[in-house]
Ligand binder design. Sequence first.
Ligand SMILES: CSC[C@H]1O[C@@H](n2cnc3c(O)ncnc32)[C@H](O)[C@@H]1O
Ligand SMILES: [Zn+2]
Length: 455
Amino acid sequence: MAISNTTENHEKSNKKQPIDTLIHARWIIPVVPEQRLYENCSLAIHNGKIQALLPSTEARGRFLAAEEFDLDNQLLIPGLINTHNHAAMSLLRGFADDHPLMTWLQQHIWPAEQKWVSPDFVTDGTRLAMAEMLRSGTTTFADQYFFPEATAAAAREAGMRAQIAFPVIDFPNAWSRNSDEAIDKGLALRDDYRSHTRIGLAFAPHAPYTVSDETLKKIAIYANELQMPVQMHLHETAGEVEEAQTKSGERPIERLHKLGLLSPQMLCVHMTALNDGDIDLLQKTGAHIAHCPRSNLKLASGFTPVARLIDAGVNVAIGTDGAASNNGLDMLQETNTAALLAKAVSGNAAALPAHQALAMATINGARALGIDDVTGSIEVGKAADLCAIDLNELEQQPLHDPLSQLIYTANGHHVRNVWVAGKLLLKDRRLMTLNEQELRQRAGVWRDRIAGLAK
Ligand SMILES: CSC[C@H]1O[C@@H](n2cnc3c(O)ncnc32)[C@H](O)[C@@H]1O
Ligand SMILES: [Zn+2]
């Protein structure tokens, strides 16, 4: 990437408009408007926001930027939005593989979390996860984990955009003794971040099998009054749905509807076992879906009927889930899996074409988190949350179609530069706000602790 400081240019001309940053890209896919590919165009950025998108020849004549970037063989897209993560679980990557969901959770993950999860664990794990996310093009993540104050602080310091969904579970855990305490602590954290531009708070009732009706009703009332988003694991497996029906005669999604939780503020995570009535409810209420294809595949949880949901008009976004069930946080890989799986599940090779898959990873994610006025597309007035992908590698030749290459060929390793709110957080694959050496060292400390090699 060629970078030039334009102080010299400033002296040559005082007619140009001074701005913070100019990015000249070989290709730009803005996502909104749909199905556009701009060639040799530039973005003008000021105060963290996109000021103009225009041909590079015009941009060079019109703006005088403090910093200028030439992305010669790179495709610029909106930063990717990971709508469901447990970032700190990066420290449990590869800790318990090849189990189905409930065995994985009850026999491996929950005992390990009970023993190891602390504010330090969450800080170190979240930093490691953010390094991986930034290096694979993610600019925004929604997170659901214990000690959300540690996650929020780590995201704030690293410069990422984040929705911190604080966990609400009825039983005692490392962070809260009960759901009332979780709600109190979560709302206090929301107050702390009330005026923050990159960090927002949401409710995360964990799942239908860990949260009572009484708690869910409270969350529905608060969420509605405070206009706060909610996210919840839901219909993750057919077993979860069957068990609920046997116990209560209701499907979990019907129960949430009855309790007042289904609305455009609701993000339903997983949603594999769906009948026509469930899809109807999602469509009618405007609730969103966080589709986590790789976690669903690895835990053998089931298949989300993505093509049917999109046909019904339901907003489907993408999430990686935690690195302990994926085992990575690469949104390009996740989106590729989503595209291929949608075709296989529907038996239709035309299902989820590349442009729709990219929309799922960007603007649909922003809608699902309620922040589509801020991010999710490259539009004037939105935050400069951007991801530049190198399309010059041999494995990407010949280049017939940049969008095809992005969805069907590229992965996170091809991401070269990332900006959040106009700030460069990944520069030629180097992290600008996180220390790689330190992350490796802390990951090693936790590996030794968890393996019982050190205290
Ligand atoms: C209350 S913090 C989040 C809680 O969720 C657990 N978790 C991680 N992945 C999943 C999943 O796919 N389904 C259900 N629960 C999951 C995580 O380990 C924490 O305990
Ligand atoms: Zn999850």
